[in-house]
Design a protein around this ligand. Structure first.
Ligand SMILES: Nc1nc2c(ncn2[C@@H]2O[C@H](COP(=O)(O)OP(=O)(O)OP(=O)(O)O)[C@@H](O)[C@H]2O)c(=O)[nH]1
Ligand SMILES: [Mg+2]
Length: 335
């Protein structure tokens, strides 16, 4: 009798388990679990194309893929693509409007984009160092952007082209900043004015101007400290350096170059804004363009702050500096 009860319970358990198994597998096979949720709308073909093209593909390849799909969504996809390339919302919207007009006139979208980027970046790219007497270049930027290296390379470029150059070490904050500038002065044949660590940066700049004038230099380049731009005291210090130059030279600096690291991305625009408001940036030196970064941020800087790119750094060596070539930059960005 007991055995009969145990066998009946076992049979019942087996039947229940088998029933549950059959019902579950039917559900899985007949209708996927996701199908019970609402089906997401298919993304527009152009957006699918943009998403499919990997980041490794150049911007040009991605633009071509978007437009191969055609349709109105191409313009939205192009704008997304530009925003992701650090061109910024204003610059991207403006570029799309311009390219749209070109394409409606029969132009190839990737070529139109290249041409419009070239045209946006073409104005005011020359270094303004040809005036009578001493030209003063004040160099600013966050730490590690490449200020001192760019100064060294610029000094070499200028001395090679026959200019007499003095460097002033107004970065009195960072240990070894003076020594780093020393090495560059020696490499380029420039003179150097510096003081001990902790000295007043404005006083070094003032001495720099006086010394450069006394030596009959054509160009004085002033290095500055680059602690985080969010610290108000740095901006105050830079304003003082600018005032000291103006007091000693009787005129504001000829150029205030902002050194921007191409790998900084969108943060570059806030850096540019803070420095421009504090010391009146007249040009950008875009560094580290030898890496994978394409430097789309300079379009945002140009569009939003009106500051042109003037120099490009392409390595750590003495000759790795180029005068900015808008067409070459644009061809590299949209390859
Ligand atoms: N690959 C590459 N490296 C660069 C370039 N420019 C500068 N660097 C490197 O970036 C690092 C920082 O450069 P610095 O010139 O010392 O930067 P800085 O802005 O003077 O830095 P602080 O004095 O600390 O504010 C160094 O290792 C440089 O060799 C460039 O164009 N390409
Ligand atoms: Mg430095």
């Amino acid at each position: 009798m007991e055995i009969l009860v145990i066998v009946s319970v076992l049979v019942l358990v087996l039947v229940v388990t088998a029933t549950v198994f059959v019902v579950r597998s039917r559900r899985a096979g007949g209708r996927p679990a996701d199908a019970r949720r609402s089906v997401p709308a298919e993304p527009a073909p152009a957006k699918q194309a943009a998403a499919r093209a990997t980041k490794r593909d150049g911007l040009g390849a991605r633009v071509r893929e978007i437009f191969a799909q055609g349709g109105e969504s191409s313009w939205e996809a192009l704008e997304d693509l530009l925003v992701r390339a650090d061109v910024g919302p204003t610059g991207s919207a403006d570029l799309v409007t311009r390219v749209r007009a070109d394409v409606s006139g029969g132009a190839d979208p990737a070529q139109a984009l290249r041409d419009e980027v070239t045209s946006i970046l073409s104005e005011g790219t020359e270094l303004n160092l040809e005036g009578e007497g001493l030209s003063v270049v004040m160099v600013v930027g966050v730490n590690g952007a490449g200020k001192t290296t760019t100064i060294g390379k610029l000094a070499r470029y200028l001395t090679t082209s026959g200019r007499k150059v003095t460097l002033a070490g107004s970065d009195t904050f960072r240990a070894a900043a003076g020594e780093q500038l020393d090495v560059w002065a020696e490499r380029s044949g420039a003179s150097l004015v510096k003081q001990d660590r902790g000295a007043d940066p404005g006083a070094v700049a003032f001495d720099g101007v006086k010394s450069a004038q006394a030596k009959g230099s054509d160009v004085l380049i002033v290095d500055t400290a680059g602690r985080l731009h969010t610290k108000i005291p740095l901006m105050d210090e830079l304003k003082k350096v600018r005032r000291s130059i103006e007091k000693a030279a009787g005129a504001p600096p000829t150029e205030v170059l902002l050194v921007l690291d191409a790998t900084t991305g969108q943060n570059g625009i806030s850096q540019a804004r803070v420095f421009t408001e504090a010391v009146g940036v007249t040009g950008v030196a875009l560094t580290k363009l030898d890496g994978s970064a394409k430097g789309g941020i300079v379009i945002a800087v140009r569009e939003e702050l009106g500051v042109p790119v003037k120099l490009v750094g392409t390595g750590e060596g003495a000759d790795d500096l180029q005068l900015f070539d808008p067409a070459a930059f644009s061809a590299r960005l949209i390859d």
